[in-house]
Design a binder for this molecule. Structure first.
Ligand code: UDX
Length: 435
């Protein structure tokens, strides 16, 4: 199959490289000439496990190329994927679709033979209809079908997720488009991953409903964690106790500092707004949104409480800044409201993150950045673990304690056991577990 991937952001680049690795001929298109030049030289603009190697091998094999010329790439393609950004629109929380629509028009003008135009970006229900209308308006004679094919990749595990999906969702009722999409995903299909063919609007809603459900699941266990703290229960055991019921499932039940990232916050907001436009009040999604936003800032109060309610003049070390491990992504990271809260309460903050510090400086310019976890602990009144990077799971606790002014650890990811921390002489607090 010949594939054009429009947009070399996170989704576009990962999907493009993985499709090329399946053996397809893939051209990745972007308007940003600097980015395309860099990609041609093998420079990857994002951090994702093993992506650099995948791009390198497939580019060397001639299956993966990069260009700024959309028309040439589209004219040849069996399938054109739209994988441009859909940021939250400032002010109203709706998804900003201007990039998607601009791409649709350009693609429309370039179509030469039957082509499936696929929306891969997360787009509100009905966007496929508008993409179809725009292409038809631009090029009334074009032979094409528009399909929705949402992605469910997790950052940090995107390549693994792409190769071993739980399911592939393809929203189209056009038989030719179904055949093309079946070919595109054939290697996975052979691996038994189910392809679910649905109507286009259904596919668009599946993506939002999946993310909103997972965000709600996390928020639910976070609230149960708060209650656990009050009643002396252990939220990890509660999660396991309910998760082993197959109807509930053990995944996405880790209580923490609140969910962040480029998808959950944006998609839950957009789903809520879309529903309002259709006169439907998604009260559970709304409650999830509010509870999660409040939670991130509440983490600063939690730290203050452990230190007797007063942070003025105190130094807090923060371990982990990115919204989760194995990424440099700071979007909607809980560390941002948490650290701003600590600063508002009068604390001095120093921080360390294995990969994310460059991105973090843009969001949090006024804090001190350290070269490792031990420097971060130096003379600190408390150390707060915000992101569960693997290297933080095996800290030399003796050394950490020696570095600190007061041995206080607030573990917002429950990566240590209360009894081991007590044995090391730490005052230790975590999420939803008895102190
Ligand atoms: C998510 C979805 O998993 C993916 O299917 C979708 O395509 C994009 O959004 P991602 O944002 O990369 O992927 O990260 P994910 O691993 O799902 O975590 C999202 C947030 O939830 C993180 O902040 C994480 O710390 C938090 N989380 C996750 C929890 O707090 N508890 C959990 O049990 C799981």
């Amino acid at each position: 199959m010949k594939i054009a991937m429009v947009g070399t952001g996170y989704v576009g680049l990962v999907s493009g490289a993985c499709f090329a690795d399946f053996g397809h001929q893939v051209v990745c298109v972007d308007k940003d000439a600097g980015k395309i030049e860099a990609l041609k030289r093998g420079k990857i603009p994002i951090y994702e496990t093993d992506l650099d190697k995948l791009v390198e091998t497939n580019a060397a094999a001639g299956r993966l190329t990069f260009t700024t010329e959309l028309a040439g790439a589209v004219a040849d393609a069996d399938a054109v994927f739209i994988a441009v950004g859909t940021p939250s629109r400032r002010g109203d929380g709706h998804a900003d679709l201007s990039y998607v629509y601009a791409a649709a028009k350009e693609i429309g003008a370039a179509l030469k033979k039957f082509t499936v135009v696929v929306t891969k970006s997360t787009v509100p229900v009905g966007t496929g209809d508008e993409v179809e209308r725009l292409i038809r308006e631009t090029n009334p004679d074009a032979d094409f079908a528009v399909a929705s094919n949402p992605e469910f990749l997790r950052e940090g595990a995107a390549i693994q997720d792409f190769r071993h999906p739980d399911r592939i969702v393809v929203g189209t009722e056009d038989d030719r488009a179904k055949r093309v999409m079946g070919e595109v995903y054939r290697p996975l299909y052979l691996n038994q991953a189910p392809i679910l063919y649905t109507a286009r609007r259904t596919a668009e809603l599946i993506k939002y409903a999946a993310n909103a459900f997972l965000a709600t699941k996390i928020t639910f266990i976070n609230e149960i964690a708060d209650l656990s703290e009050r009643v002396g229960a252990n939220v990890q055991e509660v999660a396991r106790g309910i998760g082993l019921d197959n109807r509930i499932g053990t995944k996405f039940l880790h209580a923490g500092a609140g969910y962040g990232g480029s998808c959950f916050p944006k998609d839950t907001r957009a789903l809520f707004k879309t529903a309002l436009d259709h006169d439907v009040q998604l009260k559970i999604v709304e409650a999830t949104l509010t509870a999660n936003d409040n939670r991130k800032r509440a983490m600063a109060r939690k730290v203050a409480n452990v230190l007797g309610g007063e942070l003025r003049g105190k130094t807090i070390g923060v371990l982990g800044l990115t919204f989760k491990p194995d990424t440099d992504d700071m979007r909607e990271a809980p560390s941002i409201p948490l650290i701003n809260g600590l600063i508002d309460f009068g604390a001095k903050v120093r921080a360390y993150d294995p990969i994310g510090m460059e991105q973090a400086r843009k969001e949090l310019p006024e804090i001190e950045y350290c070269k490792d976890a031990y420097e971060c602990a130096r003379q600190a009144d408390a150390l707060v673990i915000v992101t569960e990077w693997r290297q933080f799971r095996a800290l030399d606790l003796k050394r950490i304690k020696q570095e600190m002014k007061h041995p206080v650890v607030v573990d917002l990811r429950n990566i240590y056991r209360p009894d081991e921390m007590a044995a090391h002489g730490f005052t230790y607090d975590s999420i939803g577990r008895p102190r």
